[in-house]
Write a protein that binds this ligand. Structure first.
Ligand code: FAD
Length: 376
């Protein structure tokens, strides 16, 4: 018999959120993290302030900037600058601080944190789940949460998420100093990046640059892009350390649960396939997984199917449209930029998408309606 209720693999945004909510509900939770300390994660840190509603503690210590203006360009020209509507605020968080903040709250709520602890094996015995780390240490629990990000092998092995996983290819650079990027302004560049876009988000005394390629064979011309983008932002083209990362993006509706097991965040392939938004679904899935596991552990439900169902409604249905939009937009980006981004309502729509106020399905329906009206 094990005395642990839940083992969570990975103390990132998704894992720490699950740990906090489960510990707060009174369960015995152990969070397993391979890294011993704070590392700079390849993440722009853009996140809707609306996620604050999912936590009973203040997230603002992790926030570096509030974005008020968005600045779009096509090949560094044909600029569109727009104020974001104040009703859907958008934060830039210092990513490593966000993970640390939620992890600390989980520990304060009673979760156990083991780090460094790199899980190398995960299996089910008759009743319990068992993980093993690289030193051969074994721990068991009634349930498992897979939260170890885009390179997690466990969802495929245990039949969760898409069999055919799709990855966006990304390069990121954290720069010191703000260059000529204005305070409270987020920059988006379409046109320079093959099958994707580049972004520059201001953080305290620095800038997070990211480049993502979302469809096709995932080749990324990041050095060419940086050679043009960095000088346009007032930086040396060689400035900053490059980090490349493969980001597992949403690729169809699939079960995210099994017998006493769920996948959350990037491990569950939840990241937005159009805009690379992965923090909100990581936090959302962490909250929902904790809610369903709480019912299951208390014997109020016999399985974890509700987790898959609710994530489909709250996230998957919109991502199905996001994927379709990405396929068209990144194949014909110049047309997409002219017809989509340059519309006067585009910044407001993007803000509404990123805050969860609107889904990609709503956007698609508006476009279809417009086309039908034009056809008549
Ligand atoms: C360049 C780039 C820019 C991005 N910008 C944004 C953005 O601006 N806004 C946004 O919303 N999203 C952004 N994203 C996406 C976002 O970063 C991810 O979706 C988010 O990190 C997902 O969180 P997670 O907790 O699922 O995974 P992760 O943050 O990857 O956490 C997984 C954790 O598991 C640990 N781990 C891994 N393997 C093991 C193991 N075997 N044993 C134990 N622990 C393990 C890792 O060390 C890590 O701490 C960006 C992604 C990239 C690559």
């Amino acid at each position: 018999m094990t005395n642990r209720d839940v083992l969570i693999i990975g103390a990132g945004a998704a894992g720490s959120t699950t740990a906090f909510h489960l510990a707060k509900a009174g369960h015995k939770v152990t969070l397993l993290e391979k890294d011993s300390g704070r590392l700079i994660k390849p993440c722009g840190g853009g996140m809707a302030a609306a996620v604050q509603d999912w936590f009973p503690f203040d997230l603002t210590p992790a926030v570096d900037q509030l974005i008020k203006v968005v600045d779009f360009s096509w090949c560094l020209s044909d600029q569109v600058v727009a104020q974001l509507p104040g009703n859907a605020p958008f934060w830039i968080v210092r990513r490593e601080r966000l993970d640390e903040l939620i992890t600390n709250q989980a520990v304060n709520a009673g979760a156990e944190l083991l780090r460094p602890f790199r899980v190398t094996e995960l299996k089910k015995s008759t009743k319990n789940w068992q993980v093993t780390n690289e030193e051969g240490k074994q721990i068991t629990a009634k349930a498992i949460v897979i939260a170890d990000g885009s390179n997690s092998p466990w969802p495929k092995i245990h039949g969760l998420g898409p069999r055919n996983q799709h990855h966006a290819v990304t390069t990121s650079v954290r720069l010191e100093g703000n260059g000529n990027l204005k305070e409270n302004t987020a920059r988006f560049e379409f046109g320079l990046v093959h099958h994707g876009f580049a972004w520059a988000f201001p953080v305290k005394e620095g800038v997070n640059i990211g480049i993502g390629s979302f469809i096709g064979r995932n080749e990324i011309n990041s050095e060419d892009v940086l050679n043009q983008l960095l000088p346009s932002l007032g930086f040396d083209p060689q400035a900053g350390k490059r980090q490349t990362a493969s980001l597992r993006v949403w690729n169809g509706h699939h079960a995210l649960h099994g017998d006493g097991i769920v996948a959350v965040g990037d491990a569950a392939s939840l990241c937005d396939p159009f805009l690379a938004e992965g923090l909100r679904p990581a936090l959302m899935s962490g909250c929902e997984a904790a809610r369903c596991l709480n019912h299951w552990l208390r014997g109020d439900s016999h399985n974890l199917v509700d987790y898959t169902k609710i994530m489909r409604v709250r996230w998957g249905n919109s991502m199905a449209w996001g994927k379709r939009i990405a396929q068209v937009f990144y194949r014909f980006p110049k047309v997409g930029y002219q017809l989509g981004i340059k519309r006067p309502t585009a910044p407001q729509r993007i803000a509404q998408i990123l805050s969860g106020e609107m889904g990609y399905g709503d956007i698609a329906q508006r476009v279809i309606k417009r086309l039908l009206l034009k056809g008549n």
